[in-house]
Design a binder for this molecule. Structure first.
Ligand SMILES: [Zn+2]
Length: 275
């Protein structure tokens, strides 16, 4: 069933586990995410970046996720990941997204608050929750811009945001052979400043042990994108060696491998059997 992300994330907060938020850009990844969630009996968030929307088309990707979600036995939310403009938030709400993120993390604090507040108002008018980011989760290779715990209470109060994305040392993208080390002390300081559920971005190359530790310290939503794209590409490379000529045979294996990846993430995040 299609749900907003609000209840499933609040349930996760109470139950001390995290909901996986997995990025899609097509039918195959969407189906694989839902198959994994159903097999693990877990609620799930399927999210699209603006790049995924540009690739698939807003109407097309929304329709795919909605149809699959409605047929599903587990709760599925459709979330906008890193909305950079209020217009995008508005378009996604109109299209039927059940959760959004506004990312003003590269703006000065005062502007981030003003724009996030507007995104929150738009979302709440539509009856859906809004995530925002304080500090900026860097891309691989960029300099750190951690969440400043002294800004957290003010940001949450002035914006009314439902979930807060934290920059605690993880990065978007992965470097082969490298693992990101989240700063648990910083996460604890942020946790003490607010009761809203916290979100971890850039989690693809964080160890299972560190994932369990961030979940124990207040992370209730964990975003996974890079791992899915890498699994997709790796399977395509493997299948290319077999000289198949039916794309359905190739994509069936891609979906199988992505499903397996996501089942493993759900196991680590602790949301198995929580649907
Ligand atoms: Zn992110």
């Amino acid at each position: 069933m299609l749900v907003t992300s609000k209840q499933i994330i609040l349930d996760a907060q109470r139950g001390k586990y995290a909901i996986g938020a997995f990025n899609t850009s097509d039918m195959e990844i969407t189906k694989a995410i839902i198959w994994a969630a159903e097999k693990m009996k877990s609620p799930v968030i399927i999210q699209t970046s603006e790049k995924a929307i540009a690739y698939a088309g807003l109407e097309e990707i929304t329709a795919i996720v909605k149809v699959e979600a409605k047929k599903s036995k587990v709760p599925v939310a459709l979330h906008l990941d890193h909305g950079s403009k209020l217009e995008v938030i508005s378009e996604c709400i109109k299209a039927g997204y059940t959760s959004v993120m506004f990312d003003g993390s590269r703006l000065p604090l005062a502007e981030n608050i003003i724009f996030t507040r507007q995104a929150v108002e738009m979302s709440h008018r539509a009856g859906i929750p809004c995530e925002a980011e304080l500090g900026a989760v860097r891309k691989v290779g960029e300099e750190e811009s951690f969440t400043d715990p002294s800004e957290v209470a003010e940001f949450v109060k002035k914006t009314g945001v439902d979930f807060l994305a934290t920059a605690i040392g993880t990065a978007h993208g992965v470097i082969v052979g490298h693992t990101d080390k989240p700063k648990i002390d910083l996460l604890k300081k942020i946790r003490r400043k607010t009761s809203v559920p916290l979100v971890l971005h850039g989690a693809s190359d964080v160890s299972d042990e560190d994932i369990k530790s961030v979940v124990a310290n207040g992370i209730c939503k964990i975003n996974i994108d890079t791992d899915i794209r890498h699994t997709f590409a790796e399977t395509i490379r493997e299948m290319a060696k077999k000289n198949l000529d039916d794309p359905r045979d190739i994509m069936a294996q891609v979906m199988k491998d992505i499903q397996k990846l996501i089942e493993g993430k759900i196991e680590t995040f602790g949301s198995k059997d929580k649907a």
